[in-house]
Structures are given as C-alpha cells and as structure tokens.
Design a binder for this molecule. Structure first.
Ligand SMILES: C[S@@+](CC[C@H](N)C(=O)[O-])C[C@H]1O[C@@H](n2cnc3c(N)ncnc32)[C@H](O)[C@@H]1O
Length: 233
C-alpha cells in the first residue's frame, strides 16, 4: 500500500462504528463492518448512510470529496465476486487485477478464491484506504495501486476483474478499450454489471446472470438482475 493513503486510512479508522463499545447507536454517519448480502464470505466496512457519512467526512476534512463509492458494495462487484467464489478455477494461482476496486470487494473475493497475487486499483485514495481496512478485516493480502491504469494493458495481470464500471459515458468508453486490449493480449476479463446506462452490451457476452433484490447502495433498490460478462472474442 502506498503511503499516500495514510491520511485517508486514519480518517476512515476514526469513522468505524464499534458496536461492542457503543451498542444501539444508529451511526448514520459511520462505517459498520457487515457481511455483503450476495457474498457472505466477505465482510466490508460499509456506510450506514453514504450521504450522511460523506457530509461528516467533508466537514472533518474541510474539502470536497469524490462520491463515497468505496463505502457501498455495488451490484456489479457483488456479481463478479459471487462468480469468482463459485468458480475459483478462474483465478486460482493467477495474478489478478481488480480495476476500479472501490471497497476492494472483488479483490478480496479473488484472494479468498485462491489467486496467487491480487492488485486492487482505483483513482480515489479513500478507496485504497477502504481496501486496507477491508483486506485486514478478511485476513487476506491485496496490493493497492492508486492511479489511472486505463492507458496501459493491465501490467501483466492474467485475470482482470471489474465491478460496476459502466456508469458514465467517458469511463465506459475508456474502460471498454482497456478491457478489449487486455483480453486481446490473452488475459481473462470479467465484468459485473446490473445493466447500467453505458454498458456496451453489443461488445460483451453474458457469462452468468443472478436474480437479486436490494443489493448495494439505496439507489439500486430496484435492480432485479445482475450479470457477469466478458468481451466477445
Ligand atoms: C461504482 S464503483 C464500483 C466499486 C467496486 N468495483 C464495486 O463493484 O463495489 C466505481 C469505482 O470506479 C472508480 N474509478 C473511476 N474511474 C476510474 C479509473 N479511471 N481507474 C480506476 N478506478 C476508477 C471509482 O473511484 C469507484 O471506486
């Protein structure tokens, strides 16, 4: 983990609610360690209410922060994690890259499933801090990488996983180009997505679909199905 996330990590550590010390506290402005609904093998520090937690953190840091994507387990990340845990051969013994890792859910699932090494990449230093907290809570080793890797070809990763990355046109365009480049050099690529607005269906094929209800953050309450997809070859 880079030192760059040290400040963010100590900030997050101060927002974790310890139920044994303060039982019965609602903690809307806190993180709470909880099982992931569709991936109960993994526990994450998730926001009780991401909006209220974001307001608290901005007030404490005195600066505007990026949306707290790392404080929720997104439907796409839950799907690709479920797939990897149910099909461990996909990652077992391999070098894995979890792109746009957020909380680190997918990376942690890959580590639990037996990957040789796992790197989690995100542009948000708070995501890398959340990864540190969450990897520690699950007793796995995941390397953190903070920055934008989309102009490259995945740094030799044999498996590239990405959960919920097609939520904006500009990111979707760059992500698709990256994932196709990585797949062309021979890496296995899997993405998880509930059908976001910019999911390029025509360039991907569905590997698995899961019926779901109430996964991820509150705004995803209406999602009924989530897919694992790979580039068309
Ligand atoms: C909707 S969240 C998904 C997080 C996680 N994969 C999951 O499924 O729970 C999208 C994440 O993409 C990250 N992100 C956006 N642009 C990125 C880029 N160019 N490179 C790496 N991560 C990026 C955001 O910071 C955010 O953490």
């Amino acid at each position: 983990m880079t030192n760059r996330t040290g400040t963010e990590l100590s900030h997050l550590e101060r927002t974790v609610l310890d139920d044994s010390l303060t039982p019965g506290v609602a903690g809307f402005d806190r993180l709470r360690l909880a099982e992931v609904p569709f991936v109960p093998e993994v526990r994450l520090h998730l926001a009780v209410d991401p909006i209220v937690l974001g307001a608290r953190m901005e007030a404490e840091s005195g600066a505007a922060l990026a949306p707290l994507f790392w404080a929720s387990a997104w439907a796409g990340g839950q799907a690709v994690s479920r797939y990897v845990l149910d099909n461990p051969d996909v990652v077992a013994g391999s070098r894995v890259l979890d792109l746009a890792s957020g909380s680190g859910l997918v990376a942690i699932a890959a580590a639990v499933a037996g990957a040789a090494t796992v790197t989690a990449n995100d542009i948000d230093p708070y995501a890398l801090a959340a990864l540190t907290l969450n990897a520690r809570a699950n007793g796995v080793v995941v390397h953190g990488s903070c920055g934008d890797l989309l102009a490259g070809d995945g740094d030799g990763a044999e498996v590239v996983l990405a959960g919920d990355v097609f939520y904006s046109q500009s990111l979707a365009d760059r992500m698709l180009a990256f994932l196709e480049r990585v797949a062309t050099r021979g890496a296995r690529v899997l993405v998880g997505d509930p059908g976001r607005a910019y999911l390029p269906y025509g360039r991907l094929e569905v590997v698995a679909s899961y019926p779901v209800s109430m996964m991820g953050p509150p705004e995803d309450a209406e999602i009924k199905q989530v897919h694992v997809l790979q580039p068309r070859y």
